[in-house]
Design a protein around this ligand. Sequence first.
Ligand code: SF4
Length: 423
Amino acid sequence: MSLQALRGHDLKPPQRPDPDTPASPFKIAPTKPSRAALRFPVNSQTKAFYRRFFPGTSTAEWNDWRWQMRSRIRNGAELSRIFTLSPDERDAVARHEGSLPVGITPYYASLMGLDDPSEPLRRTHVMTGDEYLFTPGEADDPLGEDHDSPVPGIVHRYPDRVLFLTTGTCSTYCRYCTRARVVGNPGGEYQFAMKQWDAALAYIEYHTEIRDVLLSGGDPFTIGDEKLDWLLTRLRAIKHVEFLRIGTKMPIVLPQRITKDFAKMLKKHHPLFISLHVTHPKELTAEMREATGRLADAGIPLGSQTVLLKNINDDPAVMVPLMQGLLTCRVKPYYLYACDPIRGSAHFRGDVAKGLEIIKALRGHTTGYATPIFAIDAPGGGGKIQIAPDNIVGRDGDKLLLKNFEGKTYSYPDPGGTLGNKS
Ligand code: SF4
């Protein structure tokens, strides 16, 4: 089937949902969580932070993910209350309009440098004047997702899988976000009303070649338990959908989101995989370990996705401990991406060779489980292209010549083969 057809230009009217699937979850009133349900580790740096900046807050409140969402730092005044802003940061925040606003959970702010604008996590979330500099090759939608969107909220690029943009809300807003054009924009493109979900579900139901649905956004974990349960139930009821994936940053920036009840709910929807957006070893706290531990205990395979960011994590001295540390959090390093060229992202995009340097520093020097795939998501909709060190150095008759991680050459018997022949 042609990609054109897959995009749904031949979309039939939505099928009726299976009568066995729940009609609507939204009559269920959220209940107040018990104190026991809000038990969560609090690391010492975070404890000192919240006592200083949120003095009237109880530990139970601090550990309530809804409190964290309500208390996010959302504007210049709130930033200034906590951070010593540089004049550049202050101006950049004041100039901002539209999507990708300021958004930082109090928990995530507690990990940042309050007086140092060059601190890595702060650089990823507090805007600077560089965001307003546009350079050649940048675009609002560098991956051409809108072009591959047959119905709002669905991106159908690869034959057997779709990306389902379930919400435009995130708990924190990363300044290099690929979907900067649509996230955090009240009244913006992605309203994510039930009507939109229904159209997306109808598309997936109709396209029987779809085996794999990746829920993203925005961050699907910002959706309430009952509503997300309903959506996952609807997706699992579609017979040709073999498994689900969720992309989220919340276990990293708001780990308290992973309540025991939430993990129990997710467990009902196996096979379910989760990809975590991770940036820096500073994020590997006791809280994050608790969150990933709960998800892993629910039987969910966890993988990480990391964006290579200039002077933030594009260094083996940062990335090797991050990848090794993720394994101790029960997360398999999955992808390392070159930063997508969204508008105003030049200050985040360094030399692609740095990514290869990191892969070389991992491959062979530490367990293979710690080595992610390094890839560029090709601008214009070409999909992910792996970038790997070239370890084939040539051919000697029936032997393929290979270079190992120490740069030594070895041969492998390959009679009749042609790989390694110089053209
Ligand atoms: S959490 Fe993901 S979707 Fe949200 S701003 Fe960050 S990168 Fe973008």
